[in-house]
Ligand binder design. Structure first.
Ligand code: NAD
Length: 367
């Protein structure tokens, strides 16, 4: 962050419902600025299919430059059925991988918090998901997704999983620091009974844990974790894991919250601060995609984007009270029974994307 009161935020709405939900998150950030006396300089840029229409590239140089000059990036979603050919050399989704690489975003955080009033929206039994409050901390730039050599033959293919001690250390520190701000428990997930990378992972995490004697560490094999996250999600606080396991487990945990429209995420970069809460560069986005099936209808749930803006305030701008104010406003709106169609019970009245955004702003400024 440049100063406590002036923050530069690059806003990349992207495609489909990304545009609709980010408009609401922007309104909430304006309201935070008004209530707490901050000046947010929010500049928009094209990304994904929208950028391909205008420039032929999913991540134009000007968009990247804007992100690099900002304190944080607020991102909507990319993906457009017009560019859906999986064989195509250029696709909207490449923008996200490019941003992760160029911005050094190595730590992906996905909080899963089940609002009491929404426990029934989960496909799992309400008494099972009620009270769930966990966060998946996923390593984002290493492991098998980036390993070399990578060979693709007609009858044989090879992917390589690699981790270095340094890569494990830095993500482990993020998890332990986060646990200190929560319920002080880290569950490190690996496959140490089979994989050499996981054995390195386990020993480095145990080493890092010695610096955090106030945080409880447990190791869990990924197959067991996949089961326990659904059987007893309340027992988890911080789930620390490598890239591929995190990809899979974080989607699994998303079903606990009932709708993709409720799930925010943060991807933190290498920055001057080593601690979330002290302000480190990051990209913030709802977990969901561009949802072409409902785009343009005004029915998308903007709460995941609004909660992503709250994470931006917390982790990149160090504005904890402001982040909590946004989260409390979302809770009040849900407590009052307002629902977009994705989280409504059968027959329950619903509000539009814009109405939901306006309700959160109202709750935030106390009107
Ligand atoms: P999706 O997340 O866009 O949609 C999945 C389902 O959830 C759809 O039925 C959709 O209507 C619903 N949904 C998603 N967000 C919602 C919200 N806020 N409110 C209400 N309902 C919501 O996933 P998909 O359909 O598999 O992918 C669509 C496009 O998005 C594809 O091009 C895909 O590549 C892209 N995608 C992008 C990202 C990203 O930008 N980070 C992530 C996932 C998918």
């Amino acid at each position: 962050m440049t100063t406590r009161t002036t923050c530069r935020i690059a806003v990349l709405p992207g495609d489909g419902i990304g545009v609709e939900v980010i408009a609401e998150a922007e309104k909430v950030l304006w309201a935070v600025g008004e209530r707490f006396g901050h000046r947010f300089v929010m500049e928009r840029a094209l990304v994904g299919g929208a950028a391909m229409d205008a420039t032929g590239e999913p991540l134009p140089e000007t968009t990247l430059a804007l992100c690099k000059a900002a304190d944080a990036v607020l991102f909507g979603a990319v993906g457009d059925p017009r560019y859906d050919d999986p064989q195509a050399a250029v696709r909207p989704e490449q923008a996200l991988l490019g941003l992760r690489k160029e911005l050094g975003l190595f730590a992906n955080l996905r909080p899963v918090w089940v609002h009491p009033a929404l426990a029934a929206a989960s496909p799992l039994r309400p008494e099972l998901v009620q009270g769930t409050d966990l966060i998946v901390v996923r390593e984002l730039t290493g492991g098998i997704y980036f390993g070399q050599p990578r060979v693709e033959g007609r009858r044989r293919a090879v992917d390589t999983m690699t981790y270095t001690c340094g890569e494990v250390e830095r993500i482990a520190h993020v998890a332990f620091r986060m646990a200190r701000q929560r319920r002080r428990k880290v569950t490190s997930v690996d496959k140490a009974n089979v994989l050499a990378c996981s054995r390195l992972w386990r020993s480095v995490v145990a080493e890092v844990a010695r610096g955090y004697p106030d945080v409880q560490l447990e190791h869990m094999l990924v197959d067991a974790a996949a089961m326990h996250l659904l059987r007893r999600p309340r027992d988890f606080d911080v789930v620390l894991t490598e890239n591929m396991f995190g990809d899979i487990l974080s989607d699994e945990t998303s079903v606990l919250a009932g709708s993709m429209g409720m799930l925010p995420s943060a991807s933190l970069g290498t920055g001057p601060s080593a601690s979330p809460g002290e302000g480190r560069f990051g990209l913030y986005e709802p977990v969901h995609g561009s949802a072409p099936d409902i785009a343009g209808q005004g029915i998308a749930n903007p709460l995941a984007a609004i909660l992503s803006a709250a994470l931006l305030l917390r982790y990149s701008l160090g504005l904890e009270a402001e982040a909590q104010a946004v989260e409390a406003a979302v809770s009040r709106v849900l407590d009052a029974g307002h629902r977009t169609p994705d989280i409504a019970a059968p027959g329950q009245a619903t509000v539009s994307t814009q109405q939901m955004g306006a309700l959160v702003v109202e709750a935030l400024v106390g009107r």
